[in-house]
Ligand binder design. Sequence first.
Ligand SMILES: Cc1ncc(C[n+]2csc(CCOP(=O)(O)OP(=O)(O)O)c2C)c(N)n1
Ligand code: SF4
Ligand SMILES: [Mg+2]
Length: 301
Amino acid sequence: MGVVATDRQGAAQLSPKDFKGNIDPDWCVGCGDFGVLRSLQKACAELGLRPHEILTVSGIGCSSNLPGYFNSYGMHTLHGRALAVATGAKLGNHELTVIATGGDGDGYGIGGNHFAHTARRNVDLTYLVMNNQIYGLTTGQVSPTSSVGMKTKSTPFGSVERPTNPITTAIMNGATFVARGFAGDPKQLTELIKRSIQHEGFALIDVFSPCVTYNHDNDFPFFKERVKRLEDEGHDPADWKAACEKAMIWGDTIYTGLFFQSSETPTLHKLEPVLDKGGALGRRSLGLRREQGEQIIKRMM
Ligand SMILES: Cc1ncc(C[n+]2csc(CCOP(=O)(O)OP(=O)(O)O)c2C)c(N)n1
Ligand code: SF4
Ligand SMILES: [Mg+2]
């Protein structure tokens, strides 16, 4: 968990609008990513966070443009590398609320290695994946979550590959908070984001965020007909086996909500002896004279 406001009596409560970036999104009209951005803004406002307490980090893709539209510190990094950079930032300043964002291609394809290892390390951050089952930015190629038979620009006769399951993958790799949201259910999504930020450890929220331009199979009506909330069925997120079973269901019913949560594993920054005492690394003195610091910066430029 990052800094959730407890120490600012009298400070005005921010509204979702305060988390609006200076640039308006250039997403297609109707893109699911709008719902994700709004839910994130609402969640941060309701938690009493301030923009300077948050870092959003992304890779490359339509969804990865999110940090540009959100008012906080932000980094738009390399394709598939959001989690690597987010891990470094969290260890550099573990007081920050770190939120990595991106798409299914970015996170589960080229960045799949980082996904597995960030979960295993239980890095204390939220990973918000806008899963539209397609490469949107590059105009509609098959992605790791595209369904078998799906026709795309790169699979004109239908995809022959089985899709990855982000929920079971995250659970098997040791993630301690694993959830699924839907851009068409902002109320549930906002709650999930709030809980993921409050959670201490690696939190995945895989969000169905339809690409209205390049994926006409998995659109808003497709999900509206199928999604059922786990919380309406009395699912216990502490039940690992039930979480895996529910995550495997894909058909007339597809579950959203919190599949799994555990507080048994310490976060990476709590395990690191160097970070254990003395506060955030980024706030500590480097023990260098001013000239030495300037020389290092000069050498690096
Ligand atoms: C190293 C590298 N390889 C490939 C690309 C091209 N590329 C840019 S975005 C993208 C896929 C984006 O898909 P996804 O992460 O699902 O995001 P979406 O656009 O669907 O939100 C690819 C292959 C790139 N930018 N860099
Ligand atoms: S191409 Fe798809 S994912 Fe990209 S902005 Fe348009 S609708 Fe959204
Ligand atoms: Mg995508």
